[in-house]
Each structure stands twice: as C-alpha cells, then as structure tokens.
Design a protein around this ligand. Sequence first.
Ligand code: FAD
Length: 448
Amino acid sequence: MAKHDYDLFVIGAGSGGVRAARVSAAHGAKVAIAEEHKVGGTCVIRGCVPKKLLVYGAHFAEDLQDARRFGWEVPACNFHWPTLRDNVLEEVARLEAAYTDTLRNHDVEVIKERAVVTGPNEVRLAGGRTVTARHILIATGARPVLPDFPGAQHGITSNEVFHLPELPRRVVIAGAGYIANEFAGIFHQFGSDVTLVNRSDIILRGYDETIRDRLLTISMMKGIQFRFHAAFRKVEKARDRTLTIHMTGCDPIEADMLLFAVGRSPNTEGLGLESAGVQIDDKGAVKVDEDNKSTCGSIYAVGDVTNRVQLTPVAIREGQAFADTVFGDKPTRVDYGSIPSAVFSHPPLAGVGMTEGEARNKLGSVKVYLSDFRAMKNVLAGRNERALYKLVVDGETDEVVGLHMIGPDSPEILQAAAIAVKAKLRKEDFDSVVALHPTMAEELVLMR
Ligand code: FAD
C-alpha cells in the first residue's frame, strides 16, 4: 500500500499550480489540486485575461474617433458596460471550464475546497477531510492589499472591478503601479472621470524613467487627473452612494468608485505553514531556494506566494521547473534574467533588461539611443501622441542591455525584440538588420 494518498498535493489552481499539477501528473505522479475560488487563478479569473479584454474594449473609444479621419462615417456611439462585462465574464467561465478539463484529462484530481497545511505531509480540506502527500506545493498566489483607514471598506479592489453593476461616472484609483495605470486608462476610455491618487510623485516604479514620464504626459493630456503626495485620511459614503474621499495634501474628491491598487500580498495567512516549519519572510512570502523548496523538505512553493516576480509566465515557469525537477528526473531552474514586462495602459508600454538608470549605476559607460516619433496612424488621425523607444547599450561591449518602449502595440513588438536582448546581441547586430517599412518597429533598427 502507498505510504501517502498522493505523490503531490497542490494548494491553489492558478498559473503556477495548474502547470505544476498537470506536468507532474504527466511525469507519472498521483496528483490532487485544491482550489478555494475558481480554477485558473488570478490571471484567468480576475487578472491578466479579463483586464486585457477590457483594454481591448476601451481602445474602441479612440479607434472609432480616429476612423472618421480615415473616411468612415461613424454615427454617435455609446458604450454599454453590462454588455462588455457579461461577455468578458462568459469568456472567463469558458476558460475556467477548459482549465478544469485539462487537469482532469491529465488525471489530476480537482478538489474545489480550501486546503491548509497541517504537517510536512498532511493537508486538511475545508470539508473536514485530511489527506497525505509525499510532496505539497504551495501555489496560493497573492491578494490585493486593503489599506486601513476610516471608510476604507467603501473601496473595492481588482477582485471586484470586473463585476461592477454599472459604469462609475467618477473613478478614484489609489496607487500608481501597473494595475492602477491600466485601470485609469480603461475607465478613462469608457468615459469616466478618472483621478489617480498616489503617496509619492512616481508612477510605475521600476520602469525606465523616460518612458514613465511619457505615459504621465500622455495620460494628463488625455484628461486623467493625478494627485501626488496625497495620503488617504477617510472616506464617507452618502445616501446616494457618493463617496467623499478626504486626503492629506489635497482637497476632498467625490467619486462613485474608489479602486485600491496599492500592492498585492502573498496568500500565506491561516495556511498552517508553521505546522510544518515552513518559514515566511517579513512580507509574508514563503521562503524558497533556487529549486522552489521551502524550509520544510517535502514542501515547495511557486508563483506570487513566493513574491519573486509576480507575473503569470514566471509562475508557470516555476511550476514547470518544480514538476520537471521533482517528478521528471530533469533538474531545472528558472532563469530570472531579462524578463520582459508590460503595462497595458493607453498607450501601452513595455520593457526588458536594465533601465537607463540601472545601467548607469551598474556599468562603466552607457550609450542611450532614442527614437521619439509619432506613429503614422496617429499623424493621419490628428492624434498628438508621440511614441518613444529607447535602447540602453553597454558602452564597452556594445551589448544592448535594455530596451524600453511606449506607443501603440509596444508589448507585441517588445516580446520579439526581447529575444535579441536575452541573446545579448549588440547594437551593431540591430543596425545590421534591414528595416521593415513602414512599421513602428523599424525604429528599433534605425536608431543612430
Ligand atoms: P494565482 O493565479 O493567484 O493562483 C492562486 C490560487 O490559489 C487562486 O485561485 C486562489 O483562489 C487559490 N488559493 C489561495 N489559497 C488557497 C487555499 N488555502 N486553498 C485552496 N486554494 C487557495 N501578470 C502578467 O503576467 N500579465 C498581466 O497582464 C497581469 N495582469 C494582472 C492584472 C491584475 C488585475 C492582477 C491582479 C494580476 C495581474 N497579473 C498579470 C499577475 C498574475 O495574475 C499573477 O502573477 C499570477 O496569477 C500568479 O499565479 P499564481 O499561480 O502564483 O497565483
């Protein structure tokens, strides 16, 4: 008789957990996965996927306007939020079913319950059942941080934003990271009056400074308002549901929706990790080594709960590396170098490698190449919105160590160009490629 009920018990069916469960089962392991909310996790259910669909929906506002300059007779158009919301939620439900099917087709037992650790090889399910496993994988992700001040309960987070009964006329967004800037763009395009409130005057910390500044300029030009150096004091809710938001450093603002996008914290609370000697750091993240192993030999962790790089493709790679290492007899480690990332703002931006600031701090000599241009489509549309591409080059070796861009389709272009940065190609290699004309991407090989 087997010593344990399962070879692997995964807690959390998000990006990392699903990949780890599926691949471990394909390697021959007996696997179960527990999910307390919906199979697919943050990315599929209330993150990347529904967000990107809203970004597409939002973009029609400008496309329909610009179409007139391209000869189309566009009658006055109205946006109907419930239609987009319901279509997006329908697509999310389809994906949830597809993820569940994939797991079951790989003989993974899907348990739709909350699970907590009760020992190095033991898990207790919300229904009361206790099961044992040779290995346990913590893939519980992260959750939005809710600030603590009087009236904060009147605000919502990205968990609720996809389900709004109606489109809010006045939106206040707390935070200045990628989620805050993406939703600022989305609601602004839908026609809401948007104000972004932040403690400092820096948006998108970690992204290249010139690119961030360009987004700020364009966002302000479009009409998104910013309140910097402002801290929330209290929020009052009137009978008609109007929120009055009081802050230090600026006048109160009235809003119909307050969205908190002030960070995400790892889901380790109440998970019973102490029962197995699994240590967490001061941010609540599970401490793991390069092989995703925690301080308990039989327990591993991948994805946002480890707070390394909170992105879906990274969680997926970690899940895959875990499965290949532990069950596939193929030791694999994730390479965290040159991970591309994007912000699906309006316009979007993307980057890979060192920012100019990082390169100047790290390398002896740095050369920077810029292309500041108006996309052809924007020129004809009369849209005064300039794109900006930046190459950061090691002055000694000519290696392109960073690539940052803002403008239409930047994330699509950057994904391909990131291969060149990852491959450590030199500026000379970029220059040797003949331009593909007329495109925006040709700027990448024309910077001199
Ligand atoms: P998750 O996908 O969060 O999955 C964890 C799962 O565990 C959840 O389903 C949760 O319900 C479940 N769970 C937690 N505790 C328990 C328990 N005790 N028992 C059972 N189940 C449990 N990333 C990108 O790469 N690109 C993007 O464009 C992007 N956009 C985003 C937009 C938003 C609004 C948000 C919030 C996130 C976005 N992300 C994006 C980040 C991305 O969603 C995460 O990095 C990714 O989902 C992490 O995967 P994970 O497997 O670690 O955790």
